[in-house]
Design a protein. Structure first.
Length: 328
């Protein structure tokens, strides 16, 4: 018991945020309940982003009822690749990624051949709420399949790597690159076996990684180093993330983005309850950074000033960039 208390105090001293503190001090404090649908429903998020001129993967169509499943062929048309998602899904569950056509069938990103009927069955499962938050009836979203930038070829296994940035009141506080693995079936979700790699906020250079809660420096499938990689267009990602505060009105969010080889940075989704593994990936606690942002907000409030997304990015990069990773 004494050892546990000692360990807890050591983590607290390093600013490690636990789930109770995240919920009480940040999620409940900064995220108004009535705004949750904006981020919990990917279709609403996407429509708001398009309206604000923020780049997102193109939406091909929406299926809302069993009867509308008949529209699938019309929505897909001659396209050979696309993604089907539950609008209110979480953790990557229920997502079907089609990479190619094979005669009158389809090939998934993992190489499995499936029929049109199997895709319809997947959509039917989505509509019943099988993958939705709380099990409520859902809608299926059919959209553009992202082609990852070539920079990720040596450090990712199939799938699409994504970048998550935690944002407090419009200020980016921590970033992580999530890399698919064979174990995660090409998905970028840590709980399914993807890798989380810390990213320096100022430069966009990757740090060490975490895989299944263990620290690593190489990708388990490619054996290539995951650290020291310069992510392209980093300032673009930071500005996108900072601007999501105005987009959704929620004060504490995780912004998930991808780098498409043709379309550049795109926003995938927003998360009102972002996980805490990002701290392991960065060897750094969130609390010290969030306290610094809150102090900045108090200082600006006293002056009656608000900062633009660009100014917020500069503040975060100046204070949190080039951080020397500390051992947890």
């Amino acid at each position: 018991m004494f050892g546990l208390i000692k360990r807890w105090k050591a983590l607290e001293a390093k600013g490690i945020m636990g789930i109770n503190r995240r919920n009480a001090d940040y999620v409940l404090k900064y995220n108004k309940r009535h705004l949750y649908p904006i981020v919990d429903d990917k279709i609403i998020t996407k429509l708001r982003a398009i309206e604000a001129g923020i780049h997102v993967p193109e939406m091909y169509g929406i299926i809302e009822t069993e009867k509308e499943i008949d529209k699938l062929g019309e929505i897909i048309g001659e396209r050979s690749d696309f993604v089907i998602k539950p609008a209110q899904g979480a953790g990557g569950d229920g997502i079907l990624v089609i990479a190619d056509r094979f005669e009158d069938r389809y090939k998934t990103v993992s190489g499995r051949i499936i029929s049109h009927e199997e895709i319809e069955h997947q959509i039917s499962s989505i509509l019943t709420g099988l993958y939705s938050l709380g099990g409520h009836r859902d809608r299926a979203l059919i959209e553009y399949r992202v082609t990852p930038d070539q920079i990720f070829k040596s450090i990712s296994y199939e799938g699409v790597p994504d970048i998550r940035i935690i944002v407090l009141m419009g200020y980016p506080v921590m970033a992580m690159l999530r890399l698919p693995t064979r174990q995660s079936n090409g998905k970028a979700n840590l709980h399914q076996g993807a890798i989380g790699v810390g990213v320096d906020l100022a430069t966009g250079v990757t740090l060490k990684g975490t895989w299944l809660n263990n620290k690593i420096s190489k990708h388990p499938d490619t054996a290539n180093a995951v650290d020291g990689v310069q992510l392209p267009n980093w300032d673009g990602f930071m500005k996108l993330a900072a601007g999501c505060y105005e987009l959704c009105g929620l004060g504490y969010i995780g912004v998930d983005m991808v780098l498409d080889q043709d379309k550049g940075p795109l926003i995938l989704e927003l998360n009102a309850r972002p996980g805490l593994n990002i701290q392991i990936a960065n060897d750094c606690g969130l609390t010290l950074r969030t306290h610094a942002v809150e102090a900045r907000l108090e200082e600006l409030k006293a002056k009656g000033v608000q900062e633009t997304p660009e100014e917020r990015v500069r503040f975060s990069q100046g204070l949190f960039g080039h951080v020397r990773p500390q051992e947890l």
